[in-house]
Design a protein around this ligand. Structure first.
Ligand SMILES: *Cc1c(COP(=O)(O)O)cnc(C)c1O
Length: 360
């Protein structure tokens, strides 16, 4: 068996310890004689799997008691619709457009309410986070929406926007649990699991209870009401059981690593190895304004598309997988999520140095 360094933006690398444990338990989960994939979601065993997953997540993020944790399906994309459908009161919401996913969310929201783009960084290919200290927030905005870490462009909000008292909603799919966050500053936080916390098929939603409406428009499907899932502890229908089980293992792994403070330190160390090299290299350079850099997704280019292609080809052959940038920006992107070890980033930089020496 050979594991390689996987820099995929998602689905992405998972902790090896978690995969090994899951392998050990594949045929017989803790003496019950079946796999978690085969068991009833109403069983005692699964009840403790989902219960512990929620509690461990609450511990990691110190989630206040007046927030619900939901394990849903439909990916981040379904949240693009569920959020406006559930949160609208006045039918107005403000969106900060910092990349592809924020734009997708904005476009979807426009189907249901009056969505305003109150800031954008599209003028410079989303290479920075706009100043959000004094935006023209709508008087009647039901919420202000951000994509906190922009997976494709490699930017991150290091300061949350001033929402002028309006509810903040954040897509944190690609930075969830990479560092501590103050949940109380948000109305809703959501994350597709396949970036930093588990396999595809689960989306975690953390929502302040008073934002869960008792009633929504009568045409909203039952499955798209937050209340349906909040009232039933994410067990209204069959949940993505195996995915939740793996997420739960990742939460336990994070606790064992020392929690989110420890992860932040490690992630800062990893990102610094890569950014410091990019800043000193004469061949490669980063594409993002320094103050907006993400700790998780690091895009870079040589400035020559043919050389980029040569690099990706040689890196792949050397065991550094999925370094091709998103088709909308080209170049390269290294996603260095929680489960990417420091050694993986160091090995990549060593390889880049060698490539630079051979190609300049
Ligand atoms: C990947 C990604 C999405 C899309 O996720 P799906 O699960 O495919 O819907 C949305 N937002 C961000 C920040 C992402 O990284």
């Amino acid at each position: 068996m050979k594991r390689i360094y996987n820099f995929s933006a998602g689905p992405a690398v998972l902790p090896e310890d978690v995969l090994r444990e899951a392998a050990d338990e594949m045929l017989d989960y803790q003496g019950c004689g079946m796999s978690v994939m085969e068991m009833s979601h109403r069983s005692k065993e699964f009840e403790s799997i989902i219960g512990e997953a929620e509690q461990d997540l609450r511990d990691l993020l110190s989630i206040p008691d007046n927030y619900k944790v939901l394990f849903l399906q439909g990916g981040a994309h379904l949240q693009f619709a569920m959020l406006p459908l559930n949160l609208m009161k006045n039918g107005v919401a403000d969106y900060i457009i910092t990349g592809h996913w924020a734009k997708r969310a904005f476009t979807e929201a426009k189907k249901y309410l009056k969505a305003n783009a109150v800031a954008s960084s599209e003028d410079k290919t989303f290479s920075y986070i706009p100043d959000c200290s004094d935006l023209p927030i709508s008087e009647d905005a039901d919420y202000v929406y951000i994509c906190e870490n922009n997976t494709i462009y490699g930017t991150k909000f290091h300061t949350l926007p001033n929402t002028k008292g309006k509810t903040l909603v954040a897509d944190v799919s690609s930075c969830f649990l990479s560092e501590p966050m103050d949940v109380s500053k948000y109305g809703v936080i959501y994350s597709g699991a396949q970036k930093n916390i588990g396999p595809a098929g689960v989306v975690v939603v953390i929502i302040r209870e008073d934002l869960i409406p008792d009633e929504v428009a009568p045409t909203v499907p039952t499955m798209l009401q937050f209340k349906t899932h909040a009232d039933n502890k994410s067990l209204f229908n069959t949940p993505p059981a195996y995915g939740i089980y793996i997420c739960g293992k990742v939460f336990k792994w994070l606790k064992k690593q020392g929690g989110l403070e420890a992860m932040q330190k490690r992630n800062e160390q990893k990102a610094a190895i890569l950014y410091n090299y990019l800043d000193s290299s004469r061949l490669f350079h980063g594409t993002v304004e320094k103050a907006s850099r993400s700790l998780m997704n690091v895009p870079f280019v040589t400035g020559d598309a043919d050389l980029d292609a040569k690099f990706i080809k040689e890196a792949t052959a050397a065991g550094f997988a999925n370094l091709k940038g998103h088709r909308s920006v080209g170049g390269m992107r290294a996603s260095i999520y929680n489960a990417m070890p420091v050694e993986g980033v160091q090995a990549l930089v060593d390889f880049m140095k060698k490539f630079e020496a051979e190609n300049s």
